[in-house]
Design a protein around this ligand. Structure first.
Ligand code: PGA
Length: 258
């Protein structure tokens, strides 16, 4: 059985102090550290918070992720952070988030380069894919998702596919409160797994975890987690509040807990 993975994408929220406080509070929630052994629990703070979050999670199973990374090893790239700088601090890096695609021009080819670089350096990508509302309405969801998934995973070593996480995040569902119908999310995620099977074989596809993301909250998490194809959630808004985040992790464990 695939281990559930619940990742909090903090986006541009929380100072260093607030990040430390959040992790310390999480660690003190009764039984939470036991829960965090039964599913992977990842917090993805802004870059500047990462060393503090890393220090705070020590001695706990809580993991740290980054929200992006540059595609080159080093160089004259103002404002950017390289994989080597994240090593030792994070286990996961979110790639291809729709906000990064929109605001920083992230392309499928770039996501692919970054995924290769991460895996070569022992880090794990969480690759976000998803369609705009206009694309969904035009009946383009399936073809767009296929293009994004195939481009992102192109040429990755088959042996590393189990270290890849994909997040299906319909863009119209992100931060809008318009969460995707759970059966539809399960259907699209099943299609994604089918593309992975075509590329890398069914064993690899069965090992790879696929999250749903987009307006996940404590009230709807259980119904996503009850779906067979959905292995966890990538969560923005509801990951910023301790009580909500704890509830999300508990729903993941109840449905899929190892
Ligand atoms: P949301 O964001 O949970 O606030 O909708 C999800 C995401 O962007 O990863």
């Amino acid at each position: 059985m695939r281990k559930a993975i619940v990742a909090g994408n903090w986006k541009m929220f929380k100072t260093v102090q607030q990040a430390t406080e959040f992790v310390n509070t999480l660690k003190a929630v009764p039984d939470f550290l036991n829960d965090a052994l039964r599913a992977e629990v990842v917090v993805c703070p802004p870059y500047i918070d990462i060393p503090a979050a890393h220090a705070a999670v020590q001695g706990s199973p809580i993991k740290v992720g980054a929200q992006n990374v540059h595609h080159l090893k080093e160089g004259a790239y103002t404002g950017c952070v390289a994989v080597g700088m994240l090593q030792g601090y994070v286990e996961y890096v979110i790639l291809g988030h729709s906000e990064v695609r929109r605001d920083l021009g992230e392309t499928d080819a770039r996501v692919n380069e970054k995924a290769k670089l991460l895996l070569e350096n022992g880090l794990k990508p969480i690759i976000a894919v998803g369609e705009l509302l206009t694309q969904r309405e035009a009946g383009e969801t399936e073809s767009l998702i296929e293009t994004q998934v195939k481009a992102a995973l192109n040429g990755l070593p088959a042996a590393s596919i189990a270290d890849v996480v994909i997040a299906y995040e319909p863009i119209w569902a992100i931060g809008t409160g318009l969460a995707c119908d759970v059966n539809e999310a399960n259907r699209v995620i099943g299609l994604i797994r089918g593309h992975v099977a075509t590329m890398f074989g069914s064993d690899a596809a069965q090992a790879l975890r696929i999250q749903y993301g987009g307006s996940v909250n404590p009230g709807n998490m259980a119904s996503y987690m009850a779906q067979p194809e959905i292995d966890g959630a990538l969560v923005g808004g509801a990951s910023l509040k301790i009580d909500d985040f704890v509830t999300l992790v508990r729903h993941a464990i109840q449905a899929k807990g190892a």
